[in-house]
Design a binder for this molecule. Structure first.
Ligand SMILES: Cc1cc2nc3c(=O)[nH]c(=O)nc-3n(C[C@H](O)[C@H](O)[C@H](O)COP(=O)(O)O)c2cc1C
Length: 162
């Protein structure tokens, strides 16, 4: 990089978009026991001891009250064939869980079928993060398969090239 420029929204988006991530669907139950979830790429592992992870949730998200009131959530890490699930959980569907045979995990939060890995979390803290809230979770249970991940880079879905 030869030089940096004063920040514009476009420069910020472009630079952040150069950080390749996986894709996860975070899930919980609302106050009435209905499943709630959305696609995120802001998942990060934070601490080994205690085992902590985080994701960032837009303050404008319809899912915010459900996550703010729930004691538990699941991080469902998507497998390469699950682009449709990523799109479904990012769209304004009436019921994103319609027709999905999810199960409820150890802490009661939904676990999606066929995912590459799942981390079941107890809510540890919620931190201020500008126009997002940062949800820190303590991982209580986890499982991982041997498949390949769905990736996101430069605003597009990608597959691992090896
Ligand atoms: C690849 C991808 C990554 C996303 N990452 C996040 C994220 O980290 N945090 C977030 O709040 N929304 C994220 N979104 C947006 C949500 O999936 C969803 O579109 C948005 O929350 C609108 O629906 P809602 O109002 O029901 O939450 C992402 C969307 C896509 C397609």
């Amino acid at each position: 990089m030869e030089s940096t420029q004063p920040l514009t929204a476009e420069a910020f988006r472009r630079a952040c978009g150069r950080f390749a991530t996986g894709i996860a669907v975070v899930t919980t139950l609302d106050a009435g026991g209905a499943p709630v979830g959305l696609t995120v790429n802001s998942f990060t592992s934070v601490s080994l001891d205690p085992p902590l992870v985080l994701f960032c949730l837009d303050r404008a998200s319809q899912a915010l009250p459900s996550f703010a009131n729930a004691n538990a959530f699941s991080i469902n890490i998507l497998e390469e064939s699950q682009r449709d699930l990523s799109q479904r959980f990012a769209a304004r569907e009436a019921d994103r869980f319609a027709g999905l045979s999810y199960r409820l995990g150890t802490l009661g939060a939904p676990v999606l079928p066929g995912v590459l890995a799942v981390l079941e979390c107890r809510r540890h803290a919620v931190l201020e993060g500008g126009d997002h809230l940062i949800f820190l979770g303590e991982v209580i249970a986890a499982d991982a398969g041997d498949g390949q991940p769905l990736l996101y880079f430069g605003g597009r879905y990608r597959l691992l090239g090896m």
